[in-house]
Each structure stands twice: as C-alpha cells, then as structure tokens.
Design a protein around this ligand. Structure first.
Ligand SMILES: [Zn+2]
Length: 592
C-alpha cells in the first residue's frame, strides 16, 4: 500500500509540468507532428520516428521552465512562446511548399542579406491565397483549435476529469519517461552543437540534424552562421597575406574534377561486373586520345562533404593539429601565382535549398571575400543534370589565359540517385539485379538508379575530357567520398563519424581516382607522365591533393611538401591514413 502511494506520488510529480500547461503541451506537440509531416511530404524525406519522442522531451522542458513563473506571468510567457513557434512553423511550411527548403543556416543568411524592397517583391510574388492548401493551412487550423481549447478548458476539464483518472496519468508518466530515455542522446548532441567552438566541430554532429522542429533548426542555423562567419573571416584574413615564392607554369591547363558519393566497387574501371564506366575504360586503352591512368589505392579523409572540402581545398591534412583555417587554400596560391582559376560547381552556388550537409563546405567557397581570393570566374546557377557544366565551361572558356586551373564540381551520385540521370540515359533496370535475393524490388531499383548515375557520370567526365583532347592539358578526377548502396551493409547513405566497421570504411572511404593526360601533354611532359604511371599503386589520401596540384603547376610555396606529393619519389608511402583524423584506415582494413 505504501509502495503504491509512493508510486502515485512520483507519477504526480512527473506530471506537474504537463498538468499545469496541458493545452500548451498538447498543441505544441501536435504542431511538431504537423511540421514533420509537412517537411517529409515536401522534401520526400523519411519519417524521422525519433522526433515523436524528442518533442515530448522538448515541450516538457519548456513546461518545466514555465513553472518557474507565477501563474499570471506564466500565462503571458506561454502565449509568447506559442506565438513564436506557430510563426516559425508557418514560415517553415511556406518554405517547404514553395522552395522544397526548410529553415536552416542558408535561409537565415539569405534573409539577413535581403533588403526591404527585395522582401516586399518576394512576398508579392509568392504570397498567394493557395498557400492555404498546404501545411500553412493545417497550422492555422491548429491555432484556431488552440484558442478555442484555451477558452473552454475549464468546462472541458471539469466534465472529463482527465487528471483524476489513474490509468490516464500512469500512461502519460510512462510515455514521458520513455521519451526521456530515447531523446537524451540526441539532446546531448544538440548541446554539443550549440557549444561548439568552430565549424570543424559542428561538422561532427551535423548528421544528426536533418529534420527537426523549425525552432531547433533556427537555433542550429544561427549557431552555424555565427561560427561560419568567424571561421571565414579568420581564414580570409590569413589568405590575404599569402604569397607564393615562384612559379614555373609547368602544366598550362590543369583540370580538377570533383565527383560525389562514388562507391569504388560500382566502377567497372575497378572490376564491377556491370558496364558502368565504358568510356573511362576505353580511355585507359591503346589508341585512345590521351591516356587515363587509374590509381588503385586512394581513400577520402572523411565521409562528410563539408569536412572533405575543407581538407582538399586547404593545405591542412586531416590529422594536423592546427585548425584548417590557418592553412593556405590551393586556389588562392594558384591565383597568386598568376593562374586563371575557374570554378564550375553543380552544388555550391548560392541557393536557399542548399543542403545543411553542404552548408559549411559550400559556404567557404561562397563567402564573398574568400570567393574573390580563390576564383577569377565561376558559374552562377546549378543544373538538374551534371552535363550542364559543359555549357558553363563553354561560356567561361573565353576568359582563359593560357595558364589555367579549371575546377569542376559535380552532383555525381548524390543521394536520390534516380534524380541524377536523365531518363533517356537510364540503362540499368531492377530486373538486372534479380540475383540479389537479399534485396526487395524497391531496393533493387535503388541499386539500378545508383548504377545509372555512375554510368551517367561516366558520360559527363568523358565529355569533360573531350573538351581538352587537343590542349596541353592534364585532368585529375576524384569524388569527395564513397557511399552505401546495399553492398555489404543493408542501407544507403553514410554513417556519421565514429563506430566504423571494416566493411563500412571500404564502401564509404575507398574511392576511384585517376589522372588523364592529353597526347600533347604526354609529349611535352614525359617525366611527369612516367611519374604518374609509377605512382598509380601508392597509398594516397586525398587531403594531400593540393601538393600534387602545386607540383603540376610548378608553384613553390613554403608549406608544399614532397612527402605529400604522390608523384614525387620522396612521397611518404608509410603515412598513417587517419580517416576523420582519428581512425587508422589501413589498420581497420586488416580486421576485415
Ligand atoms: Zn559529398
């Protein structure tokens, strides 16, 4: 009996915050559900089941906060909080519906950069009545229900007597406790993000931040923006002082292609059984124009785009102790040396739909000051399909000077694989994967979509090479990182940092890498061509790519290291390749 009494007392205590704010609690929880479904439907995302619990946790914490105030003040603060959350959710639903975007760092940036007239024009253009037939309408109905329930709460509660029913109370307390257990891990991550000191640190937690309530996304966006601005002004200040010692302009035109999410084992060039890279394969054979040399042992320093970009653009290696912000960016060195630098990206132009995963990677390339320091010319809009970069180059090539660095950045095999390939170029079908008994029909289709994107990528990179066949040119190709697509692990996407398994690092970190030289290049630079052939099986991690590029240009700079240049005889083949700066790739591979 005594035990039961204590139990009831504990339940009562747990429920105080909810009981004292019951309508607020229910309505804010419902609001969370509505915003999730609006996001899921608009962004074609998966339902993040954990959110159903984390909101109970979040709203519960707000309710505890409200208890700190006397009744009247509490009521007032509660109205203010509810109004803010409704407003944010309406803005978010609006963005979902019209731009397939959600509140995040990039939107906040755009809003803060927009002047009054631009905002007015924007609202005139987009604020139409039919917006009501979307998540916005549902939220307006919620607000109405909220107001009515507040007015009639006393009568309602009196009639039904919720809080006097023990079963109801026990269930509520039980759900609350369960929600705490499920949410605590994700909320610790949130605290880590909100207290991070630089963007390199937030990158570690960013993966946990795909879909969330608009309020959480707003906080996250503001924090990211604050950190990014600080990082970028630090790095820009540093880059402004950088000067190269000398330059011999060894290679007249260096073309650097960065792909996306490329699983090495899905490349025919590396033994995949389906013909996903026929054009690249042909270019390795005799009789082709120029020669393509595939490298056999290359890995990416991370499996997250933003982390990779910071490490491949700067002379910072992922396991260096100092922050990447204190190192030179290779395009800055090229520009300072007198090369004309062109950046053509199919992902990182300023765009409100920008993926949060790419935010810090894209932004250091988009920051006005850093953009000017790094690039002479660049494209201004992205394309549905990667072949659009060909016409971009066509319109920008007139600015070339005879000493050129051209960087192409593709969408490659980015997630939502089916959207990467135009229909007329789709070759592989679900039926081609009949033998994969481990997969259902939908999963087999996903693999077909991935392979189609890989085949389409083959077409695009081949067409890029074709642009330079007649020039004294060298092309280097690498994707930013690998990917999962039901190979040895039953899922797509990539795992955030930590807890890697040997299978996982093979799929997500091993990448294709090749260098193509035009005939004229081979003729003029026989020594470099031989060095490439000799280097093709050396173990390499792409965070050292700037050293190779500087060598090909003949740029002398104090931080250039022969031990990091894969073509140099002094290249360090014993380097411990620490992915994420912490996990020894080669050691982990041995555990396979
Ligand atoms: Zn990526």
């Amino acid at each position: 009996m005594k035990l039961l009494k204590t139990f009831n007392k504990i339940v009562d205590i747990i429920l105080i915050p909810i009981q004292k704010n019951s309508i607020f609690f229910c309505m804010m929880y419902l609001l969370g559900i509505v915003t999730t479904f609006t996001q899921v439907l608009a962004l074609h995302a998966k339902i993040p089941r954990i959110n159903f619990f984390t909101w109970i946790f979040d709203v519960y914490i707000i309710c505890i906060f409200l208890l700190l105030f006397p009744k009247k003040t509490r009521k007032f603060i509660r109205i203010c909080i509810a109004a803010c959350l409704y407003l944010l959710s309406i803005v978010d639903a609006f963005l979902n519906k019209l731009f397939y975007a959600k509140i995040g760092p990039e939107i906040i940036n755009l809003l803060l950069e927009t002047n009054q007239q631009e905002s007015r024009e924007f609202l005139d253009q987009y604020l139409k009545f039919d917006i009501i037939f979307s998540g916005v309408g549902v939220i307006l109905i919620l607000i109405l229900i909220h107001i009515i329930s507040e007015c009639y709460y006393k009568q309602l509660n009196h009639k039904i007597n919720f809080w006097y029913r023990p079963t109801f109370k026990n269930i509520c307390a039980f759900i609350t406790i369960i929600s705490f257990g499920i949410s605590i891990h994700s909320r610790i991550k949130l605290i880590q993000i909100m207290t991070a000191q630089n963007t390199a640190e937030t990158d570690l937690y960013i993966n946990n931040y795909t879909l969330n309530t608009p309020a959480n996304n707003l906080l996250f966006g503001l924090k990211m923006r604050q950190l990014a601005n600080r990082d970028f002004s630090l790095i820009a200040e540093h880059q402004e002082k950088i000067h190269v010692d000398s330059c011999t302009y060894t290679s007249k035109h260096i073309i650097f292609i960065i792909g996306e999410s490329y699983i090495k084992s899905h490349s025919q060039l590396y033994g995949y059984l389906l013909p996903t890279t026929p054009r690249q394969l042909k270019r390795t054979q005799k009789g082709a124009k120029g020669t393509l040399i595939p490298f056999s042992n290359v890995i990416s320093p991370a499996n997250l785009t933003s982390v990779v970009f910071k490490n491949i653009f700067s002379l910072h290696s992922i396991d260096d102790k100092n922050s990447w912000t204190s190192y030179a960016l290779f395009p800055v060195l090229f520009k300072d040396a007198g090369y004309h630098v062109t950046f053509i990206t199919n992902q990182f132009v300023k765009n409100i739909q920008q993926d949060v995963f790419n935010f810090s990677g894209g932004l250091f390339l988009n920051d006005n000051r850093l953009n000017k320091l790094q690039f002479d010319t660049r494209n201004t809009s992205t394309h549905q399909y990667d072949e659009g970069v060909l016409s971009d180059y066509d319109s920008l090539k007139r600015y070339n000077t005879g000493k050129d660095l051209t960087i192409f950045h593709l969408a490659g095999q980015h997630i939502y694989f089916d959207r990467r390939t135009p229909n007329e170029r789709k070759v592989f079908k679900e039926n081609d994967y009949r033998k994969r008994n481990d997969l259902n029909e939908k999963e087999r289709q996903t693999v077909a979509d991935y392979d189609n994107a890989t085949l389409y990528n083959d077409y695009v990179v081949d067409a890029i090479i074709e642009l330079f066949e007649k020039e004294d040119a060298i092309v280097i190709y690498m994707p930013d990182h690998g990917e999962e697509c039901y190979d040895s692990i039953h899922r797509v996407g990539r795992m955030p940092q930590g807890n890697y398994s040997p299978k996982m690092i093979v799929n997500e970190f091993e990448i294709p890498f090749w260098i193509w030289c035009s005939d004229s290049y081979i003729e003029k630079h026989p020594q470099i061509f031989n060095q490439i052939k000799e280097a093709k099986d050396r173990p390499f991690m792409t965070d050292d790519i700037p050293h190779l590029l500087l060598y090909l240009a003949g740029i002398q700079y104090k931080d250039y290291k022969e031990s990091k240049n894969i073509l140099c005889p002094l290249f360090d083949t014993k380097r411990k390749r620490m992915i994420d700066g912490t996990v020894n790739f080669d050691e982990m591979l041995k555990k396979k």
